[in-house]
Design a protein around this ligand. Structure first.
Ligand SMILES: [Zn+2]
Length: 215
């Protein structure tokens, strides 16, 4: 059954000799996993990635973050209940499906009425493989907008990728808090997609400028 990390704080220390880098990072995002270890492992990865960027900003010219020491300072694991889950299942607010590696989860142009959440495995959009939907992540909100169909192909990244398809209208009647949470998480994804797009545009512009300079 899924767990969630709340208010996680991790400290990361660089082991490079004479490097003073020793910083704390708050992990605010919701991390889900099948057990506490799973969540812990994912949180440490996120903390390490954050530290890597921060360290690179300060000492990037000198050295890369070396063999970092990662320690958990605080954070609670919240068990996500089963009774509520069962009730939602019964009333048809959510259905689950398992996918094999490379199988299509959402097809561009499909009629959309649900928000998708990754329960196990992971998924990614066909046109942006670097954009990973890990356990707990949501996608598919664009399809809920008026007169919008699914806007991208979403592919299963591994065998036994399990996806929950949440009917937000039904869910908001049974469990409005969860409906709002899923809605917010998938909105966050839209912002991530926009950020990715901006990065791509920036890169293209740089390449164009570079070409002009060469000419
Ligand atoms: Zn260092």
């Amino acid at each position: 059954m899924p767990y969630r990390l709340k208010d996680g704080v991790y400290s990361i220390k660089c082991r490079h000799p004479q490097c003073p880098f020793n910083t704390r990072f708050e992990i605010n995002q919701i991390i889900m996993g099948v057990n506490e270890q799973d969540v812990e492992c994912e949180a440490m990865k996120i903390a390490r990635d954050m530290a890597f960027i921060k360290h690179n900003e300060i000492y990037g010219t000198k050295h890369k973050l070396k063999n970092p020491q990662i320690r958990k300072i605080s954070g609670n694991y919240v068990f996500i209940g089963t009774n509520q889950q069962q009730m939602e299942d019964e009333r048809g607010a959510v259905s689950y499906r398992k996918f094999e590696k490379n199988e299509l989860i959402l097809k561009k142009g499909d009629d959309a009425a649900t928000i998708c959440q990754v329960v196990s495995g992971y998924a990614f959009p066909r046109r942006n493989k670097a954009h990973r939907y890990k356990v707990g992540y949501c996608f598919g909100i664009a399809g809920l907008l008026d007169k919008q169909n699914r806007t991208a192909d979403i592919i299963a990244g591994t065998d036994n990728t399990k996806i929950g398809f949440h009917n937000i209208i039904k869910l908001s009647k049974i469990n409005p808090k969860k409906a709002r949470q899923l809605y917010n998480m998938s909105m966050e994804d839209i912002f991530e997609v926009i950020k990715d797009l901006e990065k791509t545009i920036e890169k293209l512009e740089k390449e164009r400028t570079a070409k002009i300079e060469v000419v």
